[in-house]
Write a protein that binds this ligand. Structure first.
Ligand code: APR
Ligand code: PHB
Length: 400
């Protein structure tokens, strides 16, 4: 058995794990990240791509924002489309000049892993049989993470463990049953998403409500479009040849003002189920959960990555306070501080989802109500401002 020792043992090299490791390094705190996938896999995995202003500022301020500043597409608004008309929500005017930046999650991952490795950070990729021990409140030994790498067993002991291993990770299920309370809603639909080699047909995102179901036009670059349509969660992607997807996108995004959807070769497609999920608390003893390990939002509103980053910013501060002064106050407050934001972001993501999707079993009343809501949101300054301030990202609450 190879034994290693660090201050913070981090499970998962997604956005939560890598941002945490990076922020800790800047505070002079040592960490080791272990990840069960390969470096190439995590750096190519297609995920969302909208960064809140606060996420962008954090990356720039901590020295990992160079490429993001160069290649990211800054938007100062989004469009809501319904009844064949497009309505612009202007963030520049409604959200104090803040914007969002389109930059794929896997590009964020590349920038962070490059920075970590260049600074001598340790990331173990392709590990197997990961387990976590001795993090319980009254454990007399140090927390440990056991795993295998190239067939060899390792034990990493640390002062604390950060469970950043996503929704399907092992950290959350390692907490004894009865400790965590689960809050969950599973939606009766999914998103079918494509990447297409086609210049985006709109400068800014279009969220479309349509009687055939929701559609979203997004992008990755001036030459790559990212598009989604609402579909059934049981849908088989094999039933969706490219031509059928384009036909459905044309129908759901159609307008009366001559707007055209540009098609192009589809380079990737997949179906994502939708759920809202939160566990409370986000800490047990010396185990701190962050990001998708602790909560999932439906993708309407693009909050998953940003919420993961917000968690680890709070966590890095709390660890920093602990190592500087020995005080545990911020660590004790970690879960409470994060959950205040988590629930507001859950509310926003649920609200966007409810307003824009077709719910099976809904009747004509519900559809009229959704249209009235869209009409209100786009017509009232107060309502569009509420959307705008949530979309660009609520201010950080650092706890007290
Ligand atoms: N051991 C080590 N690593 C693991 C294990 C395990 N047992 N299980 C999962 N992992 C890794 C996954 O391979 C993944 O790279 O943990 C990482 C978790 O990363 P994400 O799922 O990206 O979660 P998170 O960092 O919290 O970021 C949340 O990512 O999933 C998107 O939409 C989501 O944007 C949100 C963001
Ligand atoms: C994306 O570009 O992948 C995207 C954009 C907006 C969302 C969700 C996903 O709400």
């Amino acid at each position: 058995m190879k034994n290693m020792r660090t201050q913070i043992g981090i499970v998962g090299a997604g956005p939560a794990g890598l941002v945490l490791s990076h922020l800790l390094h800047l505070e002079g705190i040592e960490s080791v990240v272990i990840e069960n996938r390969s470096r190439q896999y995590v750096e190519e995995r297609v995920r969302a791509g909208v960064l809140e202003q606060g996420t962008v500022d954090m990356m720039v301020e901590t020295g990992v924002g160079e490429r993001l500043k160069r290649e990211g597409l800054v938007h100062y608004g989004v469009n809501l489309r319904f009844s064949r008309r497009t309505h612009h929500i202007n963030f520049a005017e409604l959200a104090g000049g803040q914007g969002i930046t389109i930059y794929a999650q896997h590009e964020v991952i590349k920038d962070l892993s490059n920075a970590r490795l260049a600074a001598g950070g340790q990331i173990f990729y392709e590990v197997e049989d990961v387990s976590v021990d001795n993090f319980e409140p009254h454990s007399s030994s140090k927390p440990s993470i056991r795993f295998r790498k190239d067939g060899e067993p390792y034990e990493l002991t640390s002062d604390f463990i950060a469970g950043c291993d996503g929704f399907h990770g092992i950290c959350r299920p390692s907490i004894p049953s009865g400790v965590l309370e689960v809050f969950e809603r599973v939606y009766p639909f999914a998103w079918l998403g494509i990447l297409a080699e086609a210049p985006p047909s709109s400068e800014e995102l279009i969220y479309a409500y349509h009687e055939r179901g929701f559609a979203l036009l997004s992008m990755r670059s001036p030459t790559i479009s990212r598009l989604y349509i609402q579909c059934s969660p049981e849908e088989d992607i094999l039933n969706w040849p490219d031509a059928r997807i384009w036909e459905e996108l044309h129908r759901r995004l159609a307008t009366d003002d001559g707007w055209k959807l540009t098609e192009g070769p589809v380079t990737q497609k997949g179906i994502t189920p939708m759920r809202s999920f939160v566990i409370e608390p986000m800490q047990y003893g010396k185990m701190f959960l962050a990001g998708d390990a602790a909560h999932i939002v439906p993708p309407t509103g693009a909050k998953g990555l940003n919420l993961a980053v917000a968690d680890v910013r709070v966590l890095a501060r709390a660890f920093s306070e602990f190592y500087k002064s020995g005080r545990t106050h911020l660590l004790e407050e970690y879960s409470r501080t994060c959950l205040r934001r988590v629930w507001k972001v859950q509310r926003f993501s649920w609200w966007m989802t409810s307003m824009l999707h077709l719910f099976e079993g809904d009747n004509a009343f519900d559809q009229r109500r959704q249209l009235a809501e869209l009409d209100y949101v786009t017509g009232s300054r107060a309502a569009s401002q509420s959307l705008a301030e949530n979309y660009v990202g609520l201010p950080m609450d650092w706890g007290s």
